[in-house]
Design a protein around this ligand. Structure first.
Ligand code: UDP
Ligand code: MG
Length: 310
């Protein structure tokens, strides 16, 4: 029989964990596949960590990978993918925002030949209007800049075939912008629409600051266009200043210069200063990423690993 592993990153989800596990197991039981669950404990604190260990102990088909500290969801997923066995892997959040019942549809599409089957949110319950509006703008900018098309309203909730998982695992980068990487690997991909529920309990770990950094990550990982923008902006500004300089020269020669142009001077100096700082900032963002990549540090450290037993 073909096997399927559900990889679940967990960070302090003690309140929903049992409800989640029950729903996931029920959904998996309905499939004619040999199913396992691999929880990735991303540095959760006491109650959640203890409950995960109990779950892995009680059920043979439940495995547990404990990371040495909190590394963030993206890295937790990468760690889970590294350890997940089976012909297909499901990625699902533990907060019940991704309905486990949808997995059956994912599996159908996978059997129909797709390597990546992802859930696409048609409605974002529990997200504020501001969050929705910023997300829409962000995707437009990201897709205008990046070489691969990154679908909107798509999260990590998806099924990956064995070869898609192997492809992701083979990517060496430490800056793991998963949304981009899923798109980058290609293969045949299918979308399954669903309604994303509000969190069952607890709160999202994404503050606006974290989201902003995540957005920057996406753009700098999948596009070098901002670096070119810096160059072109520099060219544009300097040619404009050159023309303005010529104009001033001709003007002074013809009419003389009765009043020195202090206001225009200060405006130009400030404007150029701003442009220069911005360009330096853009270069700095890329440089910082080159720096972290060049350190060649491992992506995560494992504290314990209990694979699912057969
Ligand atoms: N998560 C994680 N590490 C983190 C933050 C979150 O493993 O540092 C897990 C979390 O337990 C949940 C999933 O990632 O299973 C999604 O997290 P969250 O609900 O905070 O994100 P959102 O749904 O708002 O995108
Ligand atoms: Mg969530």
């Amino acid at each position: 029989m073909q096997t399927l592993t559900a990889v679940v990153p967990v960070y302090n989800e003690a309140e929903v964990l049992d409800a989640f596990h029950a729903r996931l197991t029920a959904a998996l039981a309905g499939l004619d596949l040999d199913c396992r669950v691999l929880y990735v404990d991303d540095g959760s604190d006491e109650p959640c960590a203890v409950r995960l260990r109990e779950l892995a102990h009680e059920h043979d088909n439940v495995g547990l990978l404990v990371l040495s500290r909190n590394f963030g969801k993206e890295v937790a997923i990468s760690a889970g993918l590294d350890h997940a066995e089976g012909d297909a892997v499901i990625l699902i959040d533990a907060d019940l925002q991704d309905p486990p019942e949808l997995i059956a549809t994912f599996v159908e599409q996978w059997r129909a030949g797709y390597d990546v089957v992802y859930g696409q949110r048609t409605e974002r319950r529990g997200d504020s209007r501001l969050k929705r509006a910023t997300a829409a703008v962000y995707y437009r900018v990201l897709n205008a800049l990046s070489e691969v098309e990154i679908p909107q309203d798509v999260g990590d909730f998806r099924l990956l075939s064995r070869r898609a998982v192997d492809a992701l695992n083979a990517l060496p980068e430490r800056h793991r912008y998963m949304k981009g990487l899923y798109a980058w690997i290609g293969f045949s991909q299918a979308a399954v629409p669903y309604v994303r529920e509000a969190r069952a309990s607890g709160s999202s770990k994404w503050s606006y600051w974290r989201l902003w950094n995540f957005a920057m990550e996406g753009i700098t990982s999948f596009s070098t266009l901002p670096l070119k923008v810096a160059t072109y902006l520099g060219m544009l500004v300097s040619s404009l200043s050159f023309m303005y300089g010529l104009y001033m020269l001709v003007k002074t020669l013809i009419w003389g210069n009765p009043v020195p142009g202090y206001p225009s001077l200060i405006v130009i100096v400030l404007f150029l200063g701003g442009v220069q700082l911005m360009c330096l900032g853009v270069i700095g963002e890329y440089l910082a990423r080159t720096y972290t990549e060049s350190k060649g540090r491992v992506l995560y450290l494992t504290r314990e690993y209990h694979p699912p037993r057969d």
